[in-house]
Design a protein around this ligand. Structure first.
Ligand SMILES: Cc1cc2nc3c(=O)[nH]c(=O)nc-3n(C[C@H](O)[C@H](O)[C@H](O)COP(=O)(O)OP(=O)(O)OC[C@H]3O[C@@H](n4cnc5c(N)ncnc54)[C@H](O)[C@@H]3O)c2cc1C
Length: 393
């Protein structure tokens, strides 16, 4: 049985960052990394953005092996015995460890119909499949109006493919954007050539020869060559739960990223951590979180006692528009918009109880740290003292 003092389950960006975090404090300790995907760790954001805009494919690789780690690719860990500190994979191979990191991320939500005809866009192999179809100029139905749906619809349209986008909300990105901005995006996407079907809930997918027909509750039928869905993820907590580690929509961790079990850590999309700036326990499914928490978890595994206090930011691109955001963005609460040019450039503040909980920097760059500082301030804040507060850099 291979023994490594450090064992990482998962092969995503968090796992890669953790390897580097361990190496900062322990240059020589053996690290094992077990990953279900056949590919070594890679960056996911370019799969729906940069690679469609001419970025070279090879830029996705994280080059984790160069940091000195034993990679076990294409292997899924199916069981943990925390008493004997061993993990077992689906082929029966066992691995022993002293410190374990669960960086298992999330699995795409699936629709109860459509089977393998639906591409649930998350992994490099999904990109390869979609790219092949896009290069043949196929037509697409994209289900979902959130991060993945909006990015993929833009990417496919820019690739010259006829694209229909369907989602039940009124606007694009309605879960995080204010209603007027989300509505603006519907018009903006239509101008860019996307056939946007907002307010449409998909209730069935039927095969029709080589094509598929997407059926909606309102009775629409959209025929396309292929269907892509981006309807959220479920955190991969089964392994932890089966081993007796506490789970709660993710794996709760303390300020050193330790789970309820000694010597077992969790980080990235799967971890629910305390964000002191918000005074709340949150789970974040974004790149900065994966990179920063992954690194901190690696350092913590190697003995660093520093608490993890980072409030992660996230970003996205929607055709020519782009944004960075930090904190909690709940458009159902109080929202103060400070537009330099309506819906093209500005800052949107999300407030609760007189405090800023989240900041959306819309085509506004270089202000993430200033936004974090604002979230940490006691306030009270309102439209009067926020307008003009964070100017575009
Ligand atoms: C297409 C796409 C675009 C994105 N764009 C952005 C963006 O623009 N901005 C942004 O901030 N964020 C973006 N994100 C989110 C960001 O990429 C994720 O937050 C980040 O990748 C999460 O990393 P992770 O390592 O925690 O989890 P994951 O990436 O989910 O990796 C977990 C890995 O662990 C493996 N695994 C799970 N269970 C086991 C097991 N039992 N045994 C072995 N292996 C296992 C999984 O197969 C997976 O490879 C994007 C995500 C996607 C999918």
């Amino acid at each position: 049985m291979p023994h490594t003092p450090y064992l990482i389950v998962g092969g995503g960006m968090t796992a890669d960052a953790a390897v580097r975090g361990i190496r900062e404090l322990d240059p020589n300790g053996a690290i094992g990394l077990i990953a279900a995907e056949p590919d070594p760790p890679y960056a996911r954001p370019p799969l729906s953005k940069g690679l469609w805009k001419g970025e070279a494919f090879d830029t996705v690789w994280r080059k984790t092996a160069g940091a000195g780690v034993e990679l076990h690719l294409g292997r899924r860990v199916t069981g943990l015995d925390l008493r004997t500190k061993t993990a077992v994979d689906e082929r029966g191979a066992e691995y022993s460890f002293e410190k374990l990191l669960l960086a298992t991320g999330g699995t795409a939500h699936r629709l109860p119909f459509g089977g393998d005809r639906v591409i649930y866009f998350r992994a490099l192999e999904d990109y390869r499949r979609l790219r092949g179809l896009a290069d043949e100029k196929k037509s697409f139905a994209v289900i979902g109006g959130g991060f993945i749906g909006s990015e993929i619809a833009a990417a496919l349209t820019m690739a010259g493919c006829k694209t229909t986008m369907l989602f039940p909300d009124e606007g694009i990105g309605s879960r995080v954007f204010s209603a007027d901005l989300a509505r603006f995006l519907v018009g903006y996407y239509r101008e860019k050539g996307v056939d946007v079907r907002n307010g449409e809930q998909v209730v069935g997918i039927q095969e029709s020869g080589a094509q598929v027909v997407v059926e909606t509750k309102a009775g629409s039928r959209i025929t396309a060559d292929a269907v892509v869905a981006g309807i959220g993820i479920v955190p991969n907590t089964e392994l932890a739960a089966a081993a007796g580690i506490a789970v709660d929509d993710g794996i709760p961790v303390d300020d050193r990223l330790r789970t309820s079990y000694p010597d077992v850590f969790a980080a990235g999309d799967v971890a629910r951590f305390v964000a002191p700036a918000l005074g709340a326990r949150i789970r974040v499914e974004h790149e900065d979180n994966a990179n920063t928490m992954g690194r901190a978890a690696g350092r913590s595994m190697a003995g660093d006692a520093a608490p993890y206090t980072h409030l992660p930011f996230f970003y996205s691109d929607l055709f020519d528009l782009g944004y960075e955001a930090v904190g909690e963005m709940d458009p159902r609460g109080e929202v103060v918009a400070d537009w330099k040019e309506p819906f093209r450039e500005g800052v949107v503040y999300y407030l609760a109880g007189g405090r800023v909980r989240g900041v959306l920097l819309w085509n506004t760059w270089g202000q993430v740290d200033a936004a974090r500082a604002l979230i940490a301030e006691a306030g009270p804040f309102n439209a009067k003292n926020l307008i003009g507060r964070l100017p575009a850099a």
